[in-house]
Design a protein around this ligand. Structure first.
Ligand code: AMP
Length: 215
């Protein structure tokens, strides 16, 4: 049976980085709701502006809109097999919506917790830089680009510091995670679908742990 691999972890736990590696190396489609919302930035519509404001404050976009975006994206032909959800679900309501979607798509949900201590998260978030062209994620402390401030693959592009990675927004995002998303760990644990992975240490070591957890 094809799977829906749900990556759960606090902001900065490395969901995006690891999902990109799984995509590159195993060809598993990565669907990141955060990336989908960020892509709306270029659209100058009232809805896009509203989403940007919600994100900038470190809050969650409504369950209704988020589900619509996930439904649309996962019904595209390239999502016919196993795919990774990076950053979804983030609330109990979303987890319920995903159960219905998985049933419709005849897929099995496997949740992977990437567990990282709080003090590491702060460093990761404030050090994170992203290429605006390919989305590659760097970190000025742990994964610097070859040339400071430039993407290795797109040297013309200046790496971006996400607005919601600034310190005050980070605190709000962590609080939102604790309140709304962390309870999902229990939900998946109780239904015997949770694999917990140590998210500290070397990128490659974390990747191997995740690969083992999902195979
Ligand atoms: P991320 O890149 O996963 O940290 O997401 C960035 C922002 O996008 C979050 O802080 C939320 O504002 C929004 N977002 C991403 N995924 C979701 C979701 N599943 N539900 C609600 N809002 C989301």
């Amino acid at each position: 049976m094809d799977k829906i691999i749900v990556l759960i972890g606090a902001p900065g736990a490395g969901k995006g980085t690891q999902a990109r590696l799984l995509n590159e190396r195993r060809g598993i489609l990565q669907i990141s709701t955060g990336d989908l919302f960020r892509a709306m930035k270029s659209a100058d519509t009232p809805l896009a502006r509203e989403v940007q404001a919600v994100m900038a404050a470190g809050n969650l976009v409504s369950d209704e809109l988020t589900f619509k975006i996930v439904q649309d994206r996962t019904s595209m032909p390239d999502a016919a097999g196993t795919y990774i959800l990076d950053g979804y679900p983030r609330t109990q309501v979303q987890a319920g919506q995903l159960e219905g979607l998985a049933e419709e798509q005849e897929k099995e949900i496997v949740a992977v917790e990437i567990d990282v201590p709080r003090e590491d998260l702060l460093k990761r978030l404030t050090g994170r830089r992203t290429c605006p062209i390919c989305g590659e994620i760097y970190n000025i402390y742990s994964k610097p680009p070859k040339v400071e401030g430039r993407c290795d693959e797109h040297p013309d592009a200046v790496l971006e510091h996400r607005k919601d990675d600034q310190e005050d927004t980070v605190a709000a995002r962590l609080a939102t995670y604790d309140e709304l998303t962390a309870p999902l760990l229990d939900y998946y644990r109780k239904t015997d679908r949770l694999k917990a992975v140590d998210g500290t240490g070397d990128l490659e070591a974390i990747y191997s742990r995740i690969e083992r957890a999902i195979s």
